[in-house]
Design a protein around this ligand. Structure first.
Ligand SMILES: [Zn+2]
Length: 369
């Protein structure tokens, strides 16, 4: 070792040489080996490396140091929430979201102003608590609260958690979809619509709540002919039944509207439960949810009928979902269109034509949550 040290001395600082010389050698010479100094035994453990990061991280990015009183144990004990949303909230609490002030910190000249209000810089508390847009969002949301008296977003979230798990679940789903709305505004230039965010949040909430039934709807349309389909499943994705209907329609919007109506009518069979209707037509979802929108005169009667059905006790909300998340209803509608099938299935097992789509959805959701 001494020979090795004399060779390496020019490469080392005097402090390092001094530290090496202080190492006590045992009575017997043993071969040198690499050790992990952060654990007692000198072997690497993830626990010791985690402690190392926690001890060394700057206070600005440490959620625990920002909020030492945050109820982390209760936070991690919350069940029946999408893991994706729960992890998003953890990232938010850890100040790990790519907010505009953060990006601006690394890119000179980057516009840090909040895209929602255009008044102030977008930091964590501004975006989720203090922006005039988010204050209106919270007040009109299903939570229906004024947030002026909360000092930080951590304060608001810990208030939900200390209240009960349901308050946290709802708040977390609203935060997640508000963030997605903010991203759509930035990247796709799509204006944020509170009604759609509330509906999407309620559906995300329902996905993990026992007793809730989700009915996906879709339509296939070609040359004035259409097939509509609706499929019902519980919160575990267990198949409960499906229905198809064929007929004529003047446009694809009318066909989609008829599919939503089919799903809403199908929901009446599950009166003891709360049904959530999901379809991939944004325009039809908006027509049903927003009475202030102008409706094509040919479709006014159908939209009104759908609105009446959506206000029944068995229906909780009607919401939009991307087409890639609606493939089971899409497959059923295509099959019904191809073979002109007007039928209803209440059997324990789904019809063979959608088995593959159901299997695909299960595998992709298990990867994506
Ligand atoms: Zn703002």
């Amino acid at each position: 070792m001494l020979v090795g040290l004399s060779v390496m001395v020019p490469q080392l600082s005097s402090i390092e040489v001094e530290a090496i010389c202080k190492i006590r050698l045992g009575p017997e010479l043993v071969n040198d080996k690499l050790i992990w100094t952060k654990s007692k035994l000198g072997t690497f453990t993830t626990q010791s490396s985690y402690r190392c990061f926690i001890d060394q991280q700057p206070t600005s990015s440490s959620a625990s140091s920002i909020q030492p009183d945050f109820p982390w144990k209760r936070f991690w004990a919350v069940k029946c929430i999408s893991p994706r949303i729960h992890i998003f909230i953890w990232r938010l609490l850890s100040n790990a979201l790519p907010l505009r002030t953060k990006t601006g910190h690394y890119i000179q000249g980057f516009d840090k102003i909040c895209v929602l209000c255009g008044d102030e810089e977008e930091d964590l508390d501004h975006l989720f608590l203090k922006c005039r847009v988010v204050r209106e969002f919270w007040f009109t949301s299903p939570i229906g609260t004024r947030v002026d008296h909360f000092s930080s977003i951590h304060d608001l979230i810990s208030n939900w958690i200390n209240h009960n798990d349901n308050a946290y679940r709802l708040g977390a789903c609203l935060l997640w979809h508000f963030w997605k709305g903010r991203n759509r505004k930035i990247f796709d230039n799509i204006e944020m619509q509170f009604g759609n965010i509330f509906s999407a949040a309620m559906c995300s909430l329902s996905d993990y709540l026992p007793g809730v039934i989700k009915i996906n709807v879709d339509a296939a349309y070609k040359e004035y002919k259409f097939a509509a389909a609706a499929i019902a499943r519980d919160h575990n994705g267990l198949y409960l039944g499906c229905i198809t209907k064929i007929g004529v329609a003047i446009s694809v919007e009318e066909a989609e509207l008829l599919a939503y109506s089919l799903g809403l009518t199908f929901a009446q069979r599950f009166t003891a439960n709360s049904c959530w209707i999901e379809g991939d037509s944004l325009i039809v979802t908006n027509w049903i949810n927003d009475s202030s929108l102008d409706i094509p005169w040919r479709l006014i009667a159908l939209v009104n009928e759908a609105r009446i059905l959506s206000s029944s006790t068995s229906v909780n909300c009607v919401s939009f979902v991307r087409r890639c998340c609606n493939m089971v209803a899409d497959s059923l509608a295509s099959y019904a269109f191809k073979f002109s099938i007007d039928d209803c299935w209440n059997a324990v097992f789904p019809p063979a034509c959608i088995e593959e789509a159901i299997a695909c959805e299960h595998s992709s959701s298990s990867l994506l949550v």
